[in-house]
Design a protein around this ligand. Sequence first.
Ligand SMILES: C[S@@+](CC[C@H](N)C(=O)[O-])C[C@H]1O[C@@H](n2cnc3c(N)ncnc32)[C@H](O)[C@@H]1O
Length: 694
Amino acid sequence: MGVGRRMKKQGPPPDLGAIAGKKRNAPEFDDSIRGKKRKASGEVKAQSLGRGSANGTANFKKYPKGNLANGNIIQLQKSRKVPTRPAPMMSGALLDESSDNDAADLLGGNKSDDDDELLNGSANSMLENGKHLQDEFLDSGSSVYDSDPQHERARFSEDEDESDAEEKLTAANIEGLSRRLDEEQEEEAAEAQLELEEAALQTNIDGDRPKVLDDDDDDEGAVSRLAPDLQLLRSRITDAVRVLDDFAKLAEEGRSRAEYTAQLLKDICLYYGYSLYLAEKLFNLFPPREAFAFFEANESARPVVLRANTLRTHRRELAQSLINRGVTLEPVGKWSKVGLQVFESQVPLGATPEYLAGHYILQAASSFLPVMALAPQEHERILDMAAAPGGKTTYIAALMRNTGCIFANDSNKSRAKGLIGNVHRLGVKNTIICSYDAKEFPRVIGGFDRVLLDAPCSGTGVIAKDPSVKTNKTEKDFMQLPHLQKQLLLCAIDSVDHTSKTGGYIVYSTCSVTVEENEQVVQYALAKRPNVKLVETGLTFGVDGFVSYMGKQFDPKMKMTKRYYPHAYNVDGFFVSKFKKVAPSPGAKAMDGAADRTGGDLVVENKRPIVSGDEKDDPFGDFNDSEDEKYIEKAKRNQLRRKGIDPRAVNGKKRPNGRAKPGETAELNDAKGSKTQSYASSGPVTKVATNGGK
Ligand SMILES: C[S@@+](CC[C@H](N)C(=O)[O-])C[C@H]1O[C@@H](n2cnc3c(N)ncnc32)[C@H](O)[C@@H]1O
């Protein structure tokens, strides 16, 4: 439905100003405009694409490298330096700006109106060829600043030299991009013209008061009496937005803002298919014009983005390989050194040899942001509390260059399998995958340098991917989800080692835009854990979080949190906040800063006092040591059997119950007689082998 959003750049510069400015001149998002625009670009396609490219004919030419100034597309467009040398390895992937089916094309070559298909990886050839895609799509800056900006910068820039990479990359498929820009320009000119015409038709004479509200209150109005006339609805929506923008001048005599707002909301529900409850919740986040832009943006899919896996390749190498396969792409923006935005592909992106070899993951651009805010450092210990399917975990691992240790947890076991798959495919070697309810942390293990909580949420930021959110989220969800998010965030905070030399940070993110799931959760954590404070995310774009909202006042530092909207940045809706832990958590002192690292092994000492008998005093619950021991003994026996050793021969001298005497250590010897692991028979020390803890 949307117009070429897949083709628009993601991230800054802020589109919103442009949208607002432009729209003020003319009623926006008009169906008639859209219809004409489609046609217009269809013509462009017929003429300039010729679809000759579809057969893989090489009709790209390369720019001489020197012609590119920093790989800046806009500059290229202005200078119009037409490519001269052919690039026979590249198939001619050109762009259809107007198509909403780009994603399906990209991923499978089939066109489908349903972006969900793309996003859920269902029923298209992309899925047939690459069902792995599903995982990354289930979910969803610039440089990142942290306590050690220099370090940070170095790490990011090691990936590649930015300007050089962008230059080469852009040079590689420049003709495709250049044509796209031509088409974009033509399309924009046509759009502007049509908007002007439309404005002339619709806006009437300057100062006219549009008729939005019905005269008779009992009359439900033409729109709702008949089957909804979408065009009529749409023009009434744009009229209502105009009136609310300039109420004094455009409102009818004796009518209130509330009446216009109520009518607008009703129309939005009918037009876009939202429940009134959710429409109102989302509408209240913005001024009316911006709310309209938000609802409109939810009707079109976001661009397809790849994240180059720097554990296996470099972005420019990956880009070159994909270009050679007929993929048209360009760097996602200066804010990321690993993102590639895909415009068109001749091959299913979930089944290329590069994909299968783990050179990239399909990952929404906004999904990069929480990881950039987390800014993991090499050799740290990181907890990813809700990690499946692993888009963020694997990015964290790449930034850590496979050093240190990541605990990637997800309570959903079947989703955790997807996480395992991605971790293997992408060559991640520093990650332990577990499946606990994240509320069990830090009892499971604590003392992390950084914790990412990419929380389960209502998904109001990803309605374009999952339109069912429009109707299936109820008041109950917006009570239960924030409750869970608050619990999880406190656990995240308690799992961090405030004495960490390099970290002590918590990032809380959601792919939802509601205040209940974001600022209110953060505010709750600030109130319950005075040992944390909000800090800058280090992300260089994003709208500031709300400091006050509908009569509620939040911590003034809430503006350090960042909000991302589809209409503003052409990314999924997202929220990112970052905390620094400055002192132990109240009542959880023993759990949070207790990591003691020795040598290559990580020894996590549980300093919880051992309470005999009465578990009720223990805020962390009810482990049953004797119950556990049965399982441990069984596991030991199985381990011996796997090695071809009869457990009875080894355990012959043990006490009948198979337990070592208190204070004694039960040692397992492998066939060669060397010690493999040791377990203290009692006491709270757990050993976890890691590959290179500090
Ligand atoms: C937004 S998704 C995480 C996406 C993931 N961070 C990524 O980038 O691929 C939220 C995840 O939270 C998991 N989840 C829900 N409740 C949980 C809980 N109580 N403990 C741990 N994980 C939970 C869900 O299974 C889901 O995979």
